[in-house]
Design a protein around this ligand. Sequence first.
Ligand SMILES: C[S@@+](CC[C@H](N)C(=O)[O-])C[C@H]1O[C@@H](n2cnc3c(N)ncnc32)[C@H](O)[C@@H]1O
Length: 253
Amino acid sequence: MAMRNMGRLLIPARLRGRLRAAQLRLFGEHARYRGKTNAEIFDAIYSEGMWGKGSEGEGTSGSGSHTDALTDTYVTAVGAFLGRIGKPTTLVDLGCGDFSVGSRIAPFAERYIACDVSSVILARNRERWRFPNVEFRLVDLSTDALPPAQVAFVRQVLQHLSNTDIARFVARLEAERPFDFLVVTEHLPKTSDFVPNLDKDSGANIRLYRNSGVVLHEAPFGLTALEREILCEGDELVYGIPGVIRTIAYRLK
Ligand SMILES: C[S@@+](CC[C@H](N)C(=O)[O-])C[C@H]1O[C@@H](n2cnc3c(N)ncnc32)[C@H](O)[C@@H]1O
């Protein structure tokens, strides 16, 4: 058995999380991204391939975007949801990443606005993906105007952002209600006792190592919705910590 796997068996998940948190504080994103904008942070992540690399060495959006078991379940569930609410005309994807997931959702709508804060990934997407109904747009969801749409998707994006960035986004959702539905996908610890919404700096990592994850309807965000529904979920193991990728649809108006 590899030493790495032996370590996983000997060190409990919670302690591994604490060790990872200390490592990140000393050497990771807290130190690395201080004073940088979201555009600079996520451009660097793609340029360096920090979430993984494709066949030509290009940075990708990571395992959550490229694990068939997760993405197939998501596309099926979202397709059924869009059918149920009556074929929306405009969809917005906030944090579209390398568009491997968005490219499978775009055919469901007349118009699909795929937004990201990284001009590195948007430039690559414009070269690679040619859909007549898709527009790629540079948008920071925490500060820029949100394109109105019937449905907005935010898939595995908020998990990378600080509570300040998320709170700014939620404040505009509450004030403007720019979407009928917001479909949020987040990577959460696979335990019932995790603490939602512990803070972190914006960057490549997620709250899992602190036994936390983003839940928009919980404090301090407290997103208000007329209804909410879990559309799908699937297991994912990162940092050796069991997690679940959960997608919730919020009806905002
Ligand atoms: C892990 S990737 C997920 C990509 C895609 N949603 C998917 O599920 O395949 C997270 C994406 O969110 C983008 N992102 C991070 N912060 C953002 C922000 N404030 N506004 C818009 N996009 C952001 C990143 O550049 C990255 O492309």
